[in-house]
Each structure stands twice: as structure tokens, then as C-alpha cells.
Write a protein that binds this ligand. Structure first.
Ligand code: ADP
Ligand code: MG
Length: 335
């Protein structure tokens, strides 16, 4: 059986997912590698490497090579991809040798970055590599009718970037990519805690705060959460209680920036397509879509219906994998 060697990869800034035609999502782990700086060896990838963030000795550094939506380090990215493909091969019990691969790239990726992604996968031994625009993959994964003459708007809120795109007839009509996403929100929480309490908390703690008590709307049932950090005056560990109200205020600015990208894209939408978008609404994908109150907040702000994709975190990977079928069909048709 060679058919499962057709795979789709969502190379996200926070998470890397691999989808195979037969088994669906077979890999879903943080896009992190831990590197030993003395030997340059990769010590761990994925979840194992993420666990090391903020906890390792100085010679071991966890790296997120895709952090800002661009390949910061080509060498590390290709090592990460290879290690992850190896892990998947092991898990599936057979080798993913010479797979046909579709991988999604952020719309803001330069041609140099696209080539870097292409080459990294090719180096692993892929028979065939196809790059697909991330918003198209997100739309396919969300089950939107991308190849029909109806336009759709997709907003993907990832870790490092948020991508806003209007899609019609299978192509991107207009798009906007901003380097504001979940990471910026985590940083805003860290800054808030540092300023208000003089306590330094880590990135992972900030992310947990966001997921547990982060709300997009001011109007919500208030919750509290205890976190531990380091008191910046005494230098000692300290536990503080955070409220969802103060966290909502801390993340507001990042949300406004995402909103701005959506508004700019809507404003640049050709008038013929605006009607469709008002009818169809906007579909949210990516981990940021899971922020509590997101749907309600956004629809209040823009007066257009807002839908959350069925599996926001898996949507792009599913769409990438499914697009392969379309590409194969197209290739057969043109042969
Ligand atoms: P990328 O495609 O850039 O890898 P993802 O779509 O996987 O990003 O989303 C990752 C981001 O989503 C992270 O910043 C993570 O903290 C955030 N996230 C995940 N789950 C939630 C949640 N329940 N609420 C808010 N943010 C979330
Ligand atoms: Mg993504």
C-alpha cells in the first residue's frame, strides 16, 4: 500500500500537523526543536521540546524556527521537518519514503522562504512537493465551497501570525497577514503581570492563563487563576491571583490589531464580492479562534456573521491533505 504516502503538512508557527489520506491527522505537536548549542545536535522535537522551554540548562535551547511566520532558520526548520516525518513513519509502522507532499505556506512568505520549505521537504526524500496558500487550505478544511463562484472570507489566527483572506473561485482575491497572534497575546499577559505585580511569569504560564481565563469580551463571568512567577524585587518565587477582567484588558490591544487587518481586507474587497461575504459571513480558524468570546466579540465589531470552523486547530492540516486529492485530480485531467 503506497497510498498513505500522500501527506499534507501544516507548518504552523506554533504547531506542526501531518495529515495522511488514509489515517487523517497522524501528527500534531508544537513546532519546536531543542538544540544542544555545544554540538548543534537536535535533542528533541515537538511536545518533548516544548516542555523544555524556560527550564533547560544554558547549552540546550528550545527553538521555534517558524515563530514569526517566516523561516527564521532554514537549517533548523529542515531538521525539524525531517525528525517529525521520521516520528510519523515510526508511528505508522511503515516508512513514509518518497511521499507526495502538500505543505501550506503563509501568504506573506517570500519566494526565498517558499523555496526553503520546498527544499527541506524535498531533501527528506519527497517525490513531489506542492505548496498551497494557507488561507485556501484553511477554507477547504473548514468545508467552505472554495471552487465555487461564491466568495468567502477566512481569518486564521495562529501563534505568530494572523492571516485574513478573501477567496473566490479557488484563489485569493485579497489578503492581509499580520504578525499578531497567540504569541503577542501571551507577551501582553507577561507585560501586564510584570507591570502590575512586579512578577515575572514564563511564556508557558502566560499561554495557560490565556487559554483558561482569557476572554475577548469585557462582558463575561469573571474567573480567577493562581499563577507562579518570580518576584522582581525580592527575587523569590511568588504566587498571585489573576482575574479574567484584567487579562481581558491586557489582550485587548492585540485583538484590535487583528480586527484592523480584517477591516482593511473588507475595505479592499471588490464590491461584487462584498454581498457574498455579508451573506456567508467570516470563518475563523487557527488556535486563536478558540479564545473565549471571540465569535461574539468579532461579530459585534464588524456587523458581519462570524462562524468558527469545526476543528480550528486542525482545519489547515485537513484542508492541506484534502487539497492533494484536488491536485491529483487536476494532474490526471491534464495528463
Ligand atoms: P499556527 O498555525 O501558527 O501553528 P495554531 O493555529 O496551531 O497556530 O494556534 C496556536 C495558537 O493558538 C497558540 O498561540 C495557542 O496559545 C492558541 N490557542 C490554542 N488553544 C487556545 C484556546 N483554547 N484559547 C485561546 N488560544 C488558544
Ligand atoms: Mg496555522
Amino acid at each position: 500500500m503506497f497510498s498513505s504516502a500522500e501527506i499534507g503538512i501544516d507548518l504552523g508557527t506554533a504547531n506542526l500537523l501531518i495529515y495522511t489520506k488514509n489515517k487523517g491527522i497522524v501528527y500534531n505537536e508544537p513546532a519546536v526543536v531543542a538544540i544542544d548549542t555545544t554540538t548543534q545536535n537536535v535533542l528533541a522535537v515537538g511536545e518533548e521540546a516544548k516542555q523544555m522551554i524556560g527550564k533547560t540548562p544554558q547549552n540546550i535551547v528550545p527553538v521555534r524556527p517558524m515563530k514569526d511566520g517566516v523561516i527564521a532558520d532554514y537549517e533548523v526548520t529542515s531538521q525539524m521537518l525531517k525528525e517529525m516525518l521520521k516520528k510519523v513513519s515510526k508511528k505508522l509502522g511503515h516508512s513514509l519514503r518518497k511521499p507526495s507532499v502538500v505543505v501550506c505556506v503563509p501568504t506573506g512568505a517570500t519566494s526565498v522562504e517558499r523555496r526553503a520549505i520546498h527544499n527541506a521537504i524535498k531533501e527528506y526524500g519527497a517525490k513531489y512537493v506542492h505548496l498551497i496558500e494557507e488561507p485556501i487550505a484553511a477554507a477547504i478544511g473548514a468545508g467552505l465551497p472554495v471552487d465555487e463562484p461564491v466568495s468567502n472570507m477566512v481569518v486564521d489566527i495562529g501563534g505568530g501570525t494572523s492571516e485574513v483572506a478573501i477567496i473566490s473561485f479557488g484563489g485569493i482575491v485579497s489578503s492581509q497577514s499580520t504578525r499578531v497572534g497567540g504569541d503577542k497575546i501571551d507577551q501582553a499577559i507577561i507585560q501586564h503581570v510584570r507591570k502590575k505585580y512586579n512578577v515575572l511569569i514564563g511564556e508557558r504560564t502566560a499561554e495557560q492563563v490565556k487559554i483558561q481565563i482569557g476572554y475577548a469580551l469585557i462582558d463575561h463571568p469573571e474567573e480567577t487563576m493562581e499563577v507562579r512567577g518570580r518576584d522582581m524585587v525580592s527575587g523569590l518565587p511568588k504566587t498571585i491571583a489573576l482575574t479574567s477582567t484584567e487579562i481581558q484588558k491586557a489582550l485587548q490591544e492585540s485583538l484590535e490589531q487583528i480586527l484592523e487587518a480584517i477591516q482593511t481586507t473588507l475595505e479592499s474587497c471588490p464590491p461584487e464580492l462584498s454581498g457574498d461575504i455579508v451573506d456567508q459571513g467570516i470563518t475563523l480558524t487557527g488556535g486563536g479562534a478558540l479564545l473565549k468570546g471571540m465569535q461574539e466579540w468579532l461579530s459585534n465589531e464588524i456587523d458581519v456573521p462570524v462562524h468558527i470552523a469545526p476543528e480550528p486547530l486542525e482545519c489547515v492540516a485537513i484542508g492541506t491533505g484534502k487539497s492533494l486529492k484536488m491536485i491529483t485530480k487536476l494532474q490526471k485531467a491534464t495528463k
